[in-house]
Design a protein around this ligand. Structure first.
Ligand code: HXC
Ligand code: NAP
Length: 266
């Protein structure tokens, strides 16, 4: 299902938009009329994503960069502004993850995830501020349930994404006066993504994940895109500073779905 919005004439810049959930978000904005830019480290992924977005009719742009390098992030948003114009919708979704126990992780391993997810989000939001369309711009930071549900082998991601959500809330306070809204979207387990391949690499782990979701299934990237589009639309003009789970109820931490289905008479 592809929800319909009208983003004709809007400029969207998606950091980490070259694969998985973020590419799904980029595609949805493209389908709904936006000019879309994506940025990530690997040039081949950037080129492939731009080609996909152009096929969907978007005047797409791509930048190869690492969000850990603030000067490169600044250069990309400036180049986009100079060729296309102000950014209406900014999505910060670049992230790294690998399962590792706290005791089995080097300081550099922990720091890598903090630098990509947390520092990267700060770099992206701060660098883009000057070229956001004001008033009216929307920032979406892509978080994870690890921000508020502690998870074994995820101390780095838990710390980083909790920080991402506090950046969301702080910037909503600091930038609201300029008419910039800032929200987090929190995907639950999303099918066919690098994130789930890393966290649930076996059929058993996949089944256990599905069992733990009240709605009894993994989500689709398009379902995260719907939330990002809603929060960036005029329908959400009075929504800022929210952290919105889109996770089939997973983060409620309730009963496994099979047991719940019995309770519900299913
Ligand atoms: C322990 C590890 C490790 C592992 C890497 N490291 N993988 N330590 N277990 N499995 C260590 C390395 O040994 C090194 O430490 C340090 O981390 C940095 O590794 P590099 O490979 O040099 O880093 P880099 O090339 O910058 O790559 C970053 C990365 C990589 C995060 C390590 O995995 C990556 O690029 N990931 C991007 C794609 C991704 O992760 N997508 C999923 C996002 S999903 P030393 O000490 O040896 O130098 C997500 C949330 C999902 O974010 C939530 C689902 C519910
Ligand atoms: P993914 O396909 O690996 O997406 C990560 C993106 O970020 C890629 O485009 C990657 O491209 C880019 N990236 C990684 N490190 C970067 C860096 N240092 N600088 C610039 N770009 C970088 O993974 P995904 O599973 O779809 O996850 C997407 C987002 O959703 C992440 O924020 C993740 O935390 C969040 N999330 C995912 C799930 C899930 O179920 N998958 C659940 C909750 C939250 P390059 O490799 O080219 O850099």
């Amino acid at each position: 299902m592809n929800a319909q919005f009208d983003f004709t004439g809007k400029n969207v810049f998606i950091f980490g938009g070259t694969s998985g959930i973020n590419l799904g978000i980029a595609q949805s904005f493209a389908i709904n009329g936006a000019t879309v830019a994506v940025a990530s480290r690997i040039q081949a992924k950037v080129d492939a994503a731009v080609a996909v977005l152009k096929e969907l009719g978007s005047n797409a742009h791509g930048y190869s960069l690492d969000v850990r390098q603030v000067e490169d992030v600044k250069a990309a948003v400036t180049a986009f502004h100079d060729t296309v114009g102000p950014i209406d919708i900014l999505v910060s979704g670049a992230a790294g993850n690998f399962p590792a126990p706290a005791l089995g992780m080097s300081a550099n391993a922990f720091r890598s995830v903090i630098d990509i997810d947390l520092m990267g989000t700060f770099h992206v939001c701060q660098s883009a501020y000057d070229v956001l369309r004001k008033p009216g711009a929307s920032i979406i930071n892509i978080s994870a349930p690890q921000a508020y549900v502690p998870m074994i082998m995820q101390s780095h991601v838990c710390a980083a994404k909790a920080g991402v959500d506090m950046i969301t809330r702080t910037l909503a306070l600091e930038w609201g006066g300029a008419g910039v809204r800032v929200n987090s979207v929190v995907p639950g387990p999303i099918d066919n993504t690098e994130g789930m391949d890393r966290l649930a690499p076996t059929q058993e782990a996949r089944a256990a994940t599905i069992q733990s979701v009240p709605l009894g299934r993994m989500g689709e990237a398009s379902e995260i895109a719907h939330a990002a589009m809603f929060l960036s639309s005029d329908a959400a003009a009075y929504i800022s500073g929210v952290v919105l789970p889109v996770d089939g109820g997973w983060s409620l931490g309730g009963a496994p779905s099979a047991m719940a289905a019995k309770l519900a008479g299913g």
